[in-house]
Ligand binder design. Structure first.
Ligand SMILES: Cc1cc2nc3c(=O)[nH]c(=O)nc-3n(C[C@H](O)[C@H](O)[C@H](O)COP(=O)(O)OP(=O)(O)OC[C@H]3O[C@@H](n4cnc5c(N)ncnc54)[C@H](O)[C@@H]3O)c2cc1C
Length: 335
């Protein structure tokens, strides 16, 4: 699904419009690709490499270590446990990374002030299927992300750890949270959300490993640095990690050099600035989105007011997020 614009609304007032169509980039949109489609495209590409073997449907079990160096993994496939030895193991197994835990790579986890309830709803009539909406009312908000084929992936914030209490109050209390922000959307939810089975809790936290791996193991994506879902950057950043790592790793492995902590530091140094930029931006937004303090609400309006008018600020942000990949490609810093 193609997204051409991001809009922030407070009641009937549009506070911010980030219009990708007006940006000086080749691709004036963002695309949301479902994971199975993306994985199948990667699997198809892999067929061009006769030495590559793809094992699908297997579950990682444990790391194999020799003298505190990761030299392979064990995995479960068809009821059997099998071993695989490798010059480098890449952990790309997400926010609850078992590889990270089994290899005992330290990381810090920071809970955020809110959790989010996610659901999918058909795009209501008259709403734009190419716009990413953030709808605000005080500390309450609803995020709408256009999704294939004709849906919004929808996030509604609740206080941290508040899901069980909300469930106890009944489904009407969830609809009322949406009413607070946009009554039309609340009515749409009542029509299309048929109870708690259609709603999923997303525990919002960030995590950060001081070092993205250890000897023999490199972590990328959420296993190295879990972001909040604000502005939908997790997939973007994870893919850019992979794009940066691939050529660096190829050079290392092909020249039979060990994948050690010095290499991981070198890789991390390439990626950390962007991860830090997005993390800081998200932290600021997390604070501004969940506030009901009058001072911060004023600051929020002022921030959107300024950002809405200053195109160079919009460019600066988009250069770091949506367009970083194209800039990396242009600079020959990724494949
Ligand atoms: C509800 C929700 C909504 C989100 N919305 C957005 C969004 O709109 N935009 C955005 O950019 N980001 C979004 N994110 C964040 C985004 O999903 C992640 O940041 C991104 O997917 C991280 O990519 P990754 O490759 O590191 O991990 P993942 O995409 O989580 O991939 C990890 C993979 O590892 C596999 N795996 C895990 N454990 C094992 C095991 N033991 N054995 C074998 N395989 C295993 C999993 O099945 C999965 O396929 C959202 C996250 C959630 C939870």
């Amino acid at each position: 699904m193609v997204t051409k614009e991001l809009e922030v609304w407070e009641g009937d007032t549009r506070r911010l419009s980030l219009d990708y169509q007006k940006m000086p980039y080749q691709h004036k949109f963002v695309i949301d690709v479902p994971q199975p489609v993306f994985l199948n495209a990667l699997a198809e590409k892999l067929q061009n490499y006769p030495n590559a073997t793809l094992i699908r449907g297997a579950a990682f079990d444990d790391v194999i270590e020799q003298e505190d160096r990761v030299v392979g993994v064990t995995y479960r496939e068809g009821g059997e446990t099998k071993s695989l030895f490798a010059s480098a193991v890449i952990a790309a197994d997400g926010r609850y990374s078992k590889v990270r835990d089994k290899a005992a790579v330290p990381y810090n986890k920071t809970p955020q002030d809110r959790d989010v309830i996610w659901c999918k709803i058909p795009i209501p009539e008259g709403w734009d299927k190419h716009k990413y909406y953030i709808l605000l009312n005080g500390a309450q908000h609803v995020i709408l992300l256009p999704s294939f084929p004709n849906e919004y992936r929808t996030g509604v914030n609740i206080p941290k750890g508040g899901f069980a209490a909300l469930k106890k109050q009944g489904i009407e209390s969830f609809y009322e949270l949406v009413d607070e922000v946009n009554p039309e959307l609340g009515a749409h939810m009542r029509e299309h959300i048929d109870g708690w089975k259609d709603l999923h809790l997303l525990d919002i936290f960030t995590s950060k490993a001081p070092l993205w791996g250890k000897d023999g193991l490199v972590m990328i994506g959420d296993s190295a640095h879990t972001l909040t879902p604000l502005l939908g950057q997790g997939v973007n950043i994870a893919i850019q990690d992979a794009m940066t790592l691939a050529p660096m790793l190829a050079e290392k492995v092909l020249s039979s050099q060990p994948v050690d902590t010095a290499f991981i530091r070198q890789f991390q140094a390439e990626r950390q600035p962007q991860v830090d930029f997005v993390t800081k931006m998200q932290q600021r937004q997390e604070k501004l989105l969940c506030t009901d303090s009058k001072g911060l609400l004023r600051a929020r309006r002022a921030y959107y007011f300024i950002l809405n008018r200053l195109r160079f600020m919009q460019h600066h942000i988009l250069n770091q997020i949506s367009y970083k990949r194209q800039r990396m490609l242009a600079a020959g810093k990724a494949v």
